[in-house]
Ligand binder design. Structure first.
Ligand SMILES: [Zn+2]
Length: 304
């Protein structure tokens, strides 16, 4: 019997007691009266209580015009430069939770062999369409989740795995990371990005911070707790901070203006994108302070 203090929700990860943090607002800015964010007293992982029943990420904004997509691809490529620099040329890379497939396409355009897994059928269809201009077979798009990776790879080992704003959605965070660790080649690289619970913007916006996303995010991590869950999966953390990628300008934008979130209001998607673009310098400056809105960790599978 684990000693959870009476009245506290036990941590779904380690079963220790937890501390109440806040009642998050949903995407429309409403308080969800029965939903709380708590933090484990033992492992430090934050969690939404009760668990969201719809964990999959919603499809992002509909694909833009070709010129927008080309611009987005350049931004994504710049954000992935350091990850790609750690991989062998023509290595096998998995984008787990590939969404509309833009990252996978960028990886393929840089010469990597890519497997893109995406559980949502709408996103998976978009990812297929995203690869139309590539040579056939350059990216293998599979409708599957993180727990299916061993079956999808069928004995192949990945040189790299990308987990971009996916970890916070997983039903079982340890099983998900274990599945990834099992398909990484010895010395293979995992790069993971999550909203940063300890960011300046999370503090500034409090319950209104977009990163809580209580309808879909089960887990809320800071640097310490991300390090703990990666270590528990047997992965050696090489670096961890808010400097990777381009910060999280869309999170900042939709914390400020929830009505411009394309998932709330698809007809204002363009205005939302414009605001996010305008906030890129702010998000970029915040990430340099170590209190940026997005945490990026790089970890390696330990050989042997
Ligand atoms: Zn815990």
């Amino acid at each position: 019997m684990v000693a959870g203090v009476s009245g506290e929700t036990p941590c779904p990860r380690c079963a220790a007691g937890s501390r109440f943090l806040l009642r998050p607002r949903d995407r429309m800015g409403e308080v969800l009266a029965v939903v709380r964010v708590c933090r484990s007293r033992a492992c430090g992982v934050g969690f939404t209580d009760p668990a969201p029943f719809r964990l999959a990420a919603a499809p992002a904004a509909a694909p833009g015009r070709e010129v927008e997509d080309r611009l987005a691809a350049r931004v994504v490529a710049a954000g992935l430069r350091r990850f790609m620099g750690r991989l062998p040329a023509r290595g096998l890379v998995v984008d787990a939770g590939a969404g509309s497939g833009l990252r996978a396409r960028v990886l393929a355009e840089h010469g990597f062999r890519v497997v893109a897994v995406e559980p949502d059928p709408v996103e998976e269809a978009r990812a297929h369409a995203m690869m139309a201009a590539l040579p056939p077979g350059a990216v293998e798009v599979v409708r599957a989740g993180v727990s299916d990776l061993p079956a999808v790879l069928a004995g192949r080992r990945a040189d790299g795995v990308l987990l971009w704003h996916v970890l916070e959605h997983l039903h079982d965070i340890d099983a998900g990371l274990g599945s990834i660790a099992s398909v990484l080649a010895p010395g293979g690289v995992l790069q993971v990005a999550v909203p940063n619970r300890a960011s300046a913007e999370a503090r500034a916006f409090g319950p209104r911070w977009h990163g809580w996303e209580p309808a879909r995010h089960r887990w809320h991590l800071d640097g310490e707790s991300l390090r703990i869950v990666l270590g528990a999966a047997g992965l050696a953390v090489e670096d961890l901070g808010t400097r990777g990628g381009w910060g999280y300008p869309s999170g900042l934008a939709f914390s400020m203006a929830p009505g411009l979130d394309p998932q709330v209001n698809p007809r204002r998607a363009l205005a939302g994108r414009a605001l996010a673009a305008a906030l890129v310098p702010v998000a970029a400056a915040a990430r340099l302070t170590g209190r940026g809105g997005q945490l990026v960790a790089t970890a390696r599978s330990v050989p042997g």
